[in-house]
Design a protein around this ligand. Structure first.
Ligand code: C2E
Ligand code: MG
Ligand code: MG
Length: 593
C-alpha cells in the first residue's frame, strides 16, 4: 500500500507543479478516503471502536461507538478531542460516578499515563460496557467497547435465581449459609451474632383448607413482614416449606430475643386474602454464635433444637438454645426408637380407672389409660411418651391398638358399663379414625353406645374441618364424644358451640385447687352450669379428697373420677372386681391385641 501511495505521489509530482492548496486538497482527499475505508471496516466490527492519536484526537470511531455512548454524529469526526467526547458522555450520563468533571480529569490522566482502562464498567445510564484499551507505538491508543448490559443482567438474574427463593424473593439456604460463614469470619470484630429459626404453626392446614395459592400468598406476605422487621445488617432467608431463618448481626442475646418477640407479634396480626382472614403463629428458636455453635452446622443445629423445644411448648413459642436441649433431643430420639419396638413387642397395656355416677352411686364405666411396661425403665407414664408418639406419628398405630384393646375388654364387662378411650388430635388428622373405630367396634362386638372418645381442645386449635367431620360421623354411629381436660388450654366457649359434646370433663387441676381458691370453686361450678345448660353431661376428674367429692357433687356434676374413688387398675383387677360386684361376667370373647 505504501508503495502504491508513493507511486501516486510521484505521478502528482511530475504531472503538474501543484499549488500548495491543491496539495492540501489532495492530502485531505486521501485522508478522507482512508478514513472512509477505516470507518467501513470499523462499522462492521460488531462492537464499538475508537482510535486516538497521541494528542488525544479522534482518528476514527465507528457508529456503534457513538451509539453506545449516545454521542451526536458530529463528535464522530476525526480531530474531535478525547476531552470533548468525555464531556459529551458526562452530559449524556454515559459516564461512571457522581462527579462528571472528576471523571473527565481521571480518564485523561489515565490515558496519558498509559494506564490500563479496560474491564467491565457500569455507566450511570445503567448500561454495562466491556472495554479494552490498547496503547499504540505512536503514542495514540485504540479501544473497543461492547454493550454487555443484557448479558450482564441475564447473568445477574441467573445468580439471583441460584441464591434466592423464587416464591418470596428472600435469600435461599445457600446464600444464608454463605452469610453465616461470613459472619463467622468477622465474629471477632462483633458482639457475636444470632441465628433465629422460624416455623409457621399450622401452615399445612391453611394450605389444605384454603388451597396452595393462598398458602403461597401467605408465605409471601409473611416474608414481607419479616423483611420489614429486620435491621440493615440482618438477613432473612427461606429455608424451604414454611421454614424461615434470620441472621441477626450485632446486638447481644437480649436483642435477638427482642427481635423474636417483635416477629412473633407481627405475625399474629391477621393476614387478609381477599376477605379470607387467616391468623398464624410462629415458633422461634434462637442460637448465638460462637457460644452455641462454632460452625454453621453446629449453630443451626442448636437453633433447630431451640425451635423444636419452642414448638413443644405450644403455639407461637420462643426459646433460646440451652445446653440441656442436646440431651433432651437425644433422649427423645432414643425414646422414639424404643416406642417403635414397643409396638411390635407388645409392651403396652391399658389400665382402667372407674368413673362414678354421682346420682346412682355406682360405676358408669372406666377410662382406659395406656401404660408402657418398658423392659429396663419399668412403667413409663403416658405424659412422657404420648407427646413423642404424637410428634413421630406413632400415635396413630398406638391409638389404634388402644381402641381395639379397650373395646375388646369392655365387651366382656356388664352391658351397662361404658369405656372411654383417649384419642389424640393427630389421630383425627392423620389416621382414619372413623374406620378404625368402626373396625374396633365390629371386631369386639361392643355396642357403639358403650364407647366414648375423649378428645382435648387441641383439635380446635388446629381448626381442622376434617377432624370435626370425623367426630360428627362417630357421633352419628352412636359413639359418645367427651371434651377432656376442659379449662386448661384456651378454653374458648365457642368450642362448645362448634361441636355438640356428650360430656365435659373439667380438668383435675381445678378440682385440686378447690380448697383455698375461690376462683377455682367458681370455675368448677360454672362448668357444671354450662354443661347443664348445653345438655352436656359433666365429669370432675382428679378427686382425691372427700371434700372435693362433696364439692363437685353439690355443684351438680354427674360423674366423678379420681384416686379417692379408685386408681387406674389393670384389666385383671377390673375383671376380678366386676366378678365380685356383679353376679357374672359375660362369656369372654377372644382377646384382641
Ligand atoms: P387424662 O385423659 O386427663 O387422664 C387422667 C389422668 O389423671 C391419668 O393420668 C390418671 O391416671 C390421672 N388421675 C386420675 N385420678 C387422679 C387423681 O385423683 N389425682 C391425680 N393427680 N391424677 C389422677 P395418666 O394415666 O398418667 O394419663 C395422662 C394423660 O395421658 C391422660 O390424661 C391422657 O391425656 C393421656 N393418655 C393416657 N392414655 C392415653 C391413650 O391411650 N391415648 C392417648 N392419646 N392419650 C392417652
Ligand atoms: Mg382422658
Ligand atoms: Mg383429663
Amino acid at each position: 500500500m505504501s508503495k502504491r501511495r508513493s507511486t501516486e505521489e510521484d505521478q502528482d509530482a511530475v504531472s503538474v507543479r501543484p499549488s500548495l492548496e491543491r496539495q492540501l486538497g489532495l492530502a485531505r482527499a486521501r485522508s478522507r478516503s482512508l478514513q472512509l475505508r477505516l470507518r467501513a471496516i470499523a462499522d462492521n466490527l460488531g462492537h464499538g471502536l475508537s482510535l486516538y492519536d497521541k494528542q488525544g484526537r479522534l482518528v476514527v470511531c465507528n457508529q456503534q461507538f457513538l451509539e453506545i455512548y449516545r454521542l451526536p454524529p458530529k463528535l464522530g469526526k476525526s480531530g474531535t478531542s478525547f476531552r470533548r467526547i468525555l464531556e459529551a458522555r458526562v452530559a449524556g450520563n454515559t459516564h461512571v460516578g457522581d462527579d462528571g468533571q472528576q471523571y473527565v480529569t481521571d480518564r485523561i490522566g489515565a490515558v496519558h499515563e498509559h494506564r490500563a482502562l479496560g474491564g467491565i464498567h457500569r455507566l450511570n445510564s445503567g448500561q454495562v460496557i466491556s472495554m479494552t484499551h490498547q496503547p499504540m507505538a505512536d503514542g495514540g491508543w485504540v479501544s473497543t467497547h461492547r454493550d454487555v448490559t443484557e448479558l450482564f443482567n441475564m447473568q445477574a438474574e441467573l445468580t439471583h435465581l441460584a441464591y434466592h427463593d423464587p416464591l418470596t424473593g428472600l435469600p435461599n439456604r445457600t446464600l444464608f449459609y454463605q452469610r453465616i460463614g461470613r459472619a463467622f469470619e468477622n465474629v471477632a470484630d462483633t458482639n457475636g451474632f444470632a441465628v433465629l429459626c422460624l416455623d409457621l404453626d399450622g401452615f399445612k392446614r391453611i394450605n389444605d383448607l384454603l388451597g396452595h395459592a393462598t398458602g403461597d400468598a401467605l408465605l409471601r406476605q409473611f416474608a414481607a413482614r419479616l423483611t420489614k422487621a429486620l435491621g440493615p445488617r440482618d438477613t432473612a432467608a427461606r429455608m424451604g416449606g414454611d421454614e424461615f431463618a434470620i441472621l441477626h448481626i450485632g446486638g447481644d442475646e437480649e436483642s435477638a430475643l427482642d427481635l423474636a418477640h417483635k416477629l412473633a407479634e407481627l405475625c399474629q396480626q391477621p393476614f387478609d386474602f381477599d376477605g379470607e382472614v387467616v391468623s398464624i403463629a410462629v415458633g422461634i428458636g434462637i442460637a448465638h454464635a460462637p457460644a452455641d455453635g462454632s460452625d454453621i452446622d453446629a449453630l443451626l443445629h442448636s437453633a433447630d433444637l431451640a425451635l423444636y423445644s419452642a414448638k413443644r411448648g405450644g403455639r407461637g413459642g420462643i426459646r433460646a438454645y440451652a445446653p440441656g436441649l442436646d440431651r433432651a433431643a437425644a433422649d427423645r430420639r432414643k425414646l422414639e426408637a424404643e416406642l417403635r419396638r414397643a409396638i411390635e413387642s407388645g409392651e403396652f397395656e391399658l389400665h382402667y380407672q372407674p368413673i362414678l355416677d354421682l346420682k346412682a352411686g355406682s360405676f358408669s364405666g372406666f377410662e382406659a389409660l395406656i401404660r408402657w411396661q418398658h423392659p429396663e425403665r419399668g412403667l413409663v407414664s403416658p405424659a412422657e411418651f404420648i407427646p413423642v408418639a404424637e410428634d413421630s406419628g406413632l400415635i396413630v398405630m398406638i391409638g389404634e391398638w388402644a381402641l381395639r384393646e379397650a373395646f375388646a375388654e369392655a365387651a366382656r364387662w356388664p352391658a351397662d358399663l361404658r369405656v372411654a378411650v383417649n384419642v389424640s388430635s393427630i389421630q383425627l388428622r392423620r389416621g382414619n379414625l372413623v374406620a378404625t373405630v368402626m373396625n374396633a367396634l365390629a371386631s369386639s362386638g361392643l355396642a357403639p353406645g358403650r364407647a366414648e372418645i375423649e378428645i382435648t381442645e387441641s383439635v380446635f386449635l388446629e381448626q381442622s374441618e376434617q377432624s370435626l367431620d370425623a367426630l360428627r360421623q362417630l357421633r352419628a354411629l352412636g359413639v359418645r364424644i367427651a371434651l377432656d381436660d376442659f379449662g386448661t388450654g384456651f378454653s374458648a366457649l365457642s368450642y362448645l358451640l362448634a361441636f355438640p359434646f356428650d360430656k365435659l370433663k373439667i380438668d383435675g387441676s381445678f378440682v385440686r385447687a378447690l380448697e383455698g381458691s375461690e376462683g377455682a370453686a367458681t370455675i368448677v361450678s360454672a362448668v357444671a352450669d354450662i354443661g347443664a345448660r348445653l345438655g352436656m353431661s359433666t365429669t370432675a376428674e382428679g378427686i382425691e379428697t372427700p371434700d372435693q367429692l362433696r364439692a363437685v357433687h353439690s355443684s351438680g356434676y354427674a360423674e366423678a373420677q379420681g384416686y379417692l374413688i379408685s386408681r387406674p387398675m389393670s384389666r385383671e383387677a377390673v375383671r376380678a372386681m366386676l366378678i365380685t360386684q356383679f353376679d357374672a361376667m359375660p362369656e369372654a370373647p377372644a382377646q384382641a391385641g
